[in-house]
Design a binder for this molecule. Structure first.
Ligand SMILES: [Zn+2]
Length: 280
């Protein structure tokens, strides 16, 4: 599933290719994904892209008619850019294609179809039902230790579940919640309200650090993707604990025959990975 760093990478790829160009044609190969495609989608033809933005895991393509095309990649969605020197050959699960006036095609492919395409007035986005309830962006200046401390001071749920709550902060998905808690040395099962101020400070900085690092990794692979017209949005990660059950955590010095290495537990129906030594 694409997480925030992947979506940010997609947005940066689009930001290099689309602004100032007009949408010449919208090809719809089906009428819906998770929800029906908006009827007004055909009306975006002829309009220029003014800017690319992101809110949580939504990709926002702002147009010169004061409308915003909203895309979500769901569980399995991806966007491909095909430049005019390489002919676009349709593939299975290519559900929507934006053909730009310079010959670039933006192809939305989504085998499992949990993704979404919507349109909204740009000025109303903050109040839109997708966004109105969302907490701050994790890399925004509003996401501070003081903010998090205030939000979790009465919360009895596990800290991992708390930071994954989109109303508290957006874009900290399952992978990066585990990685950030490891980096901060906090047991993911701890009751949120039991965290001490110093731990909250460490956690906020760890969340920002792991996300920035992942975005940077995406950025370095993005160059290759754009050059080869490849898939935007997925790249190789180096994880410290995620998906490493029974293995040494990053920088581990303990005897894993005794500790069992990285543990996997289930929290809120999702897998959590943590080091029983460093996150004790
Ligand atoms: Zn360890």
């Amino acid at each position: 599933m694409p997480e925030l760093p992947e979506v940010e990478t997609v947005c940066r790829g689009l930001a290099k290719a689309l602004p100032r160009h007009a949408i010449k044609r919208v090809i719809q190969n089906r009428h819906d994904l998770r929800v029906p495609f908006p009827a007004a989608l055909k009306n975006i033809t002829g309009h220029r892209v003014t800017a690319i933005d992101r809110r949580a895991k939504y990709i926002l393509i702002n147009l010169d008619n004061q409308q915003t095309l909203i895309l979500h990649l769901g569980m399995s969605g991806s966007l491909m850019l095909h430049h005019k020197d390489k002919k676009y050959l349709p593939e299975k699960h290519d559900h929507m294609v934006l053909v730009m006036d310079n010959g670039t095609s933006v192809v939305l492919n989504d085998p499992r179809r949990f993704g979404l395409v919507a349109l909204a007035a740009t000025k109303d986005l903050a109040r839109h039902r997708f966004f109105a309830h969302l907490g701050p962006e994790p890399l925004d200046k509003n996401f501070t230790a003081a903010y998090l401390a205030e939000k979790i001071k009465t919360k009895k749920i596990a800290i991992k579940l708390a930071v994954m709550d989109q109303r508290l902060v957006v874009g900290v998905g399952n992978i990066y919640a585990a990685e950030a808690l490891f980096a901060a040395g906090i047991d993911p099962r701890r009751a949120a309200h039991s965290l001490k101020p110093a731990e909250i400070k460490k956690l906020v900085s760890a969340i920002q650090k792991v996300l920035k690092k992942a975005i940077k990794a995406g950025g370095s692979s993005l160059r290759d993707y754009v050059q080869t017209d490849g898939e935007l949005g997925y790249f190789q990660h180096q994880f410290a604990v995620y998906d490493k059950k029974g293995q040494k955590c990053k920088g581990c010095t303990c005897d894993i025959r005794k500790t069992g290495g990285v543990q996997r537990i289930t929290q809120g129906d999702r897998s959590t990975f943590y080091c029983p030594v460093k996150q004790a």
